[in-house]
Design a protein around this ligand. Structure first.
Ligand code: SAM
Length: 238
């Protein structure tokens, strides 16, 4: 992967950034995403925010090599601190981290989101944490995508300002993804349900302590929801 040729995962994130956007890409190891969009003239300005020195230097090097100094800027900053009011950022992307970490970055920096109209988020795991953060903070899920690359399954979420409420299934599976029920979606949740069942079996053999009982209930509930969502799809297609 490089700024000219993105992975399928990052290309899907890039595809959700509106033409002409002022983009802040947070956790922008190598700055491939903003540089890719700038090289194609698809963003008017890009900020590559990085908290770690090594990745920040890689981001700065990509910007230099691609001669994008006037359009993309690397900033060494924690989360949304990379965004300054005068930047006029309207789109924030955060990709390649766990859902809870993405949600905590948004939570800690939410006062920097004034004027931002779109969040493009790609959690590697636990997208549910982002949907819950969105509901609690006035962001609705307006786009969702799921894809498989090199054996790994990724979800991409687009959030825009708006009030939405989702039930437990929509929070876990994604309100749009669970309607679409693509091949990859079914594979993801079949895999997850299988691993929850294995954990349950191991717990049953281990102990009966109260804490374990609660965790078992949570897993049983999740398995039941996955079964219902996957079975809905069978009955819909009959
Ligand atoms: N976004 C790129 C992608 O999807 O390919 C890079 C993903 S890399 C796995 C995650 C990057 O996020 C790392 O370079 C890490 O230093 C950075 N990161 C983690 N927490 C961060 C934070 N609070 N603020 C800025 N960057 C952060």
């Amino acid at each position: 992967m490089n700024a000219r040729r993105l992975s399928e995962r990052l290309a899907a994130v890039a595809g959700r950034v509106r033409e002409g956007a002022v983009l802040a890409d947070i956790g922008s190891d190598h700055a491939y995403l903003p540089c890719h969009l700038a090289l194609r003239g698809l963003i008017s300005k890009g900020i590559a925010g990085e908290v770690a020195k090594g990745p920040f230097e890689s981001a700065a090097a990509t910007i230099r090599e691609e001669e994008l100094d006037g359009t993309v800027e690397a900033r060494l900053a924690d989360g949304l601190d990379a965004i300054h009011p005068e930047d006029g950022v309207d789109t924030v992307s955060i990709a390649g981290m766990g859902g809870p970490l993405i949600a905590s970055i948004l939570e800690r920096g939410k006062d920097r989101l004034d004027g931002v109209g779109r969040l493009v988020l790609q959690p590697n795991i636990n997208a549910v944490a982002i949907r819950k953060w969105g509901v609690a903070n006035g962001w609705a899920v307006t786009g969702e995508e799921i894809l498989k690359e090199d054996g790994k399954i990724y979800e991409i979420l687009v959030l825009e300002p708006g009030h939405a409420s989702y039930d437990d299934k929509e929070l876990l599976f994604g309100p749009l993804l669970m309607k679409e029920k693509s091949e990859v979606f079914r594979e993801k949740w079949q895999r997850e349900a299988l691993s929850w069942k294995q954990i349950l079996r191991q717990m049953e053999q281990a102990s009966n302590a109260e804490e374990i009982g609660k965790r078992q209930e949570g897993l049983q509930q999740a398995i039941m929801m996955a079964t219902e969502v996957l079975e809905d799809e069978k009955s819909e297609s009959q």
